[in-house]
Design a protein. Structure first.
Length: 349
């Protein structure tokens, strides 16, 4: 019933819809405007606000920004979020987000291709990765191609439900060629500007992708040398992600892998003998008291027959997949699903 937004005066306020929609000012408009903030994120314990300031678009969904933390109780700004060995207060980060844990405000951020974890925001940060290189090796954030074509997101870090553990992807563009790209930075300026970006093309090198599971509270980790497409959190004890792998035969199969306690294993595989598998939508999870339901919408494209689209339901991780739909029409989206009645509503075209 409680949500945070900006009101008509540009103040950041907290509203409770069950209490006459009363407002509590968390951050005044003067601080918001002076710091050049354009977006925000509230910590799970509601004691701190992460301000995204002076945002600059990089490419696709990605941007860099100056991140500042506002202490709601003390009503003051903390020092700019950055590694301790960096002195520039205008340091720009590629990504920052709160950990889901409510017991303590902690966060993670990406600076110059490396991931840093700050368990206590008033303490020091800990560097997690060390091989990152700006615009070449990306840890936790996608490169140009995967930001636009695959992930459609500015980050490749996915928290477990209780915090303390997360999955991240590393993109290595060392063998990828650079290309010149024209763009228009202002409507009033008809002249194009040019920028050199690293983008893989047909016949050129491809990026190397490494998906890793990192656990803070146990000395274990797991690494997958496979292209990561999407991570979907299930609950505090499980983390799963959708994966598309090119087999030795050149065919493609869709995989569902379950990560638990630092290990990853393949639970579901769909393969086309003479074509490929396309996963259209994110995996949909619903957890009840006695079962975990997984809805999976995918297409099997073959060379000899028409495209066949499936919406599948998996009740338990060790059981076989049951096909809910099958036919030549494409399932564009799973609109809704009911865990108790095990029914789903989907759109087709």
């Amino acid at each position: 019933s409680v949500y945070v937004s900006r009101n008509e005066e540009n103040n950041l306020v907290k509203r409770d819809v069950l209490k006459n929609n009363s407002e509590v000012v968390l951050l005044d408009n003067r601080t918001w405007n002076v710091e050049g903030a354009s977006d925000f994120s509230v910590s799970p314990d509601e004691k701190y606000i992460l301000l995204i300031c002076h945002k600059v678009h990089e490419y696709g969904q990605s941007y860099s920004a100056i991140y500042k933390i506002y202490d709601v109780d003390e009503q003051k700004l903390l020092p700019t979020l950055k590694p301790e060995n960096v002195t520039d207060e205008e340091t720009r980060l590629r990504y920052a987000s709160w950990s889901p844990t409510k017991s303590q405000a902690s966060l993670i951020f990406v600076f110059e291709g490396n991931i840093y974890y700050m368990e206590d925001i008033k303490g020091s940060s800990r560097q997690i990765t060390f091989d990152g290189k700006e615009n070449l090796i990306y840890n936790g954030v996608p490169d140009v191609a995967f930001s636009d074509e695959t992930l459609g997101s500015d980050h490749a870090i996915y928290w477990f439900g209780e915090g303390g553990r997360f999955v991240y992807a590393k993109f290595d563009d060392t063998d990828v060629e650079t290309s010149w790209v024209s763009y228009y930075d202002h409507l009033a300026n008809p002249k194009a500007s040019y920028n050199m970006i690293v983008y893989f093309t047909l016949g050129g090198g491809s990026p190397l992708i490494n998906s890793s599971l990192l656990i803070y509270y146990a000395p274990t980790s797991s690494s997958l040398q496979r292209p990561l497409l999407q991570v979907c959190g299930v609950d505090g004890s499980r983390q799963s992600f959708r994966d598309m792998v090119e087999q030795d035969s050149g065919l493609r199969c869709g995989l569902y892998l379950q990560c638990n306690s630092g290990t990853c294993r393949k639970s579901i595989s769909e393969e086309s003998k003479d074509g490929w598998v396309v996963v259209r939508n994110p995996l949909c999870f619903r957890k009840t008291e006695d079962r975990l339901l997984l809805y999976w919408s995918f297409q099997i494209r073959t060379l000899r027959t028409n495209t066949t689209t499936f919406v599948s339901l998996l009740q338990r991780m060790e059981k076989e997949v049951g096909k809910l739909t099958e036919g030549k029409y494409e399932v564009s989206k799973i609109v809704a699903y009911h865990a108790i009645t095990m029914s789903s509503l989907f759109s087709k075209f």
